[in-house]
Design a protein around this ligand. Structure first.
Ligand code: FE
Ligand code: FE
Ligand code: ZN
Length: 279
């Protein structure tokens, strides 16, 4: 089965997102756990609504959704208050996700801001050692980053450093979300040699850790370190490379999530196009 969906607004609640993705031809979706730019008040979710979404997912044979952490978290910050806020919020979200067992949860590893990669990586691994627990039902994903500013996760090696510093008992709950725009912007040859990029991922991290794909075209050229998503086929990656990505045998069973600059109708068209291109 082609597991395909897009980022959805949480407006209307949980069941509403499940119905919305089905209505545009998808079978999984991504959503922000909170307002992505922050905001202090986290609306208390209606547990009946959450349960209704879970029922729908099961009855329709959908793939469990991917919850995306807000951009305000920076587990690599030199400010202890920011680190603690990121840790405590993430732990709360992961506890909540036990109500949607089998969920994926994705976060940006963070920015080290002048402290250096080593220090940042230690802080991130330390946070993971506090928010993960044995027996949890969610898989937590580190996202591949474009390398804007001091972002950690610009290379597979940096993600591997984090994973290696997490308690071995918790590593089974860890994976990577491969963002096609970010990895191209970071300098990997996603356009010309996606097969080679995946082999490199496998060599450095292990392909089993790759649990989800953010499927985006890029407004910028490879190695730009910019992170500007484009619509499918309208950026530098292009539809030919994207067709290879969704059909690559090493990852074709993973869920693909669009984060392209679109409203719902645009996503509907992209999902239809990708289904056409899927072998
Ligand atoms: Fe992201
Ligand atoms: Fe992404
Ligand atoms: Zn991005």
């Amino acid at each position: 089965m082609f597991k395909i969906g897009c980022h959805l607004s949480t407006e209307g609640g949980y069941l509403s997102m499940g119905k919305r993705i089905l209505s545009i031809g998808g079978n999984t979706f991504q959503y922000f756990t909170k307002n992505p730019k922050g905001g202090r008040v986290n609306k208390v979710p209606d547990m009946n609504d959450v349960a209704a979404l879970y029922e729908l997912i099961k009855s329709e044979g959908m793939t469990m959704p991917l919850a995306h952490a807000p951009y305000t978290y920076n587990p690599a910050s030199k400010d202890e208050a920011v680190r603690n806020y990121s840790r405590d919020s993430m732990r709360g979200e992961l506890e909540f996700l036990e109500n949607l067992p089998g969920s994926l949860y994705n976060f940006h590893p963070g920015c080290h801001v002048q402290q250096g990669v080593e220090v940042g990586v230690d802080f991130i691994a330390d946070m993971l050692n506090h928010v993960l627990w044995e027996g949890m039902q969610t898989t937590v994903l580190l996202e591949t980053m474009a390398g804007k500013g001091t972002e950690i996760g610009r290379s597979f090696e940096e993600l591997k450093m984090i994973i290696d510093r997490v308690d071995p008992a918790f590593r089974e709950y860890l994976g990577v979300c491969f963002d096609t725009c970010h990895t191209s912007d970071a300098g990997y040859d996603v356009i010309g040699d996606f097969d080679g990029v995946l082999k490199e991922f496998d060599r450095v991290i292990g392909i089993d850790r790759l649990r989800a794909i953010h499927l985006n075209d890029s407004m910028n050229v490879p190695s730009s370190h910019k992170d500007r998503h484009a619509k499918i086929g309208e950026g530098n990656i292009g539809i030919d490379a994207i067709t290879k990505i969704i059909n690559h045998p090493m990852i074709s069973d993973r869920p693909f999530y669009l984060e392209t600059p679109n409203e719902l109708d645009g996503y509907e068209r992209e999902i239809a196009l990708l289904k056409e291109k899927r072998i």
